[in-house]
Design a protein around this ligand. Sequence first.
Ligand SMILES: [Zn+2]
Length: 79
Amino acid sequence: MTRILFWIALLVLIIAAIRSKLRGIVPPPGQESAARPAAREAETMIACAHCHVYFPESEAVKAGGREYCSPDHARLPPA
Ligand SMILES: [Zn+2]
C-alpha cells in the first residue's frame, strides 16, 4: 500500500514541476504587453542651456527658444 502512495506522490510532484516550468517559459498574455511598451519608449534627453545637465525632454522648461532644467535656470542667462 505504501508503495502505491509513494508512486502517486512522486507522479503529482513531477506534474507540478512540469507545470511550474511551463508557466516560467510562457508568460501570461496581459503581463507581456504591459511590460514591453515601457522598455521600448526611451525618452529623449536634452541639456539645460544654463547648467548643461541632461534631463528628460518632458521635464523641460522652455524660455526664449531654449530648454532649461528648472524655472530657476530659465530666469538665469544661458552659459
Ligand atoms: Zn539647469
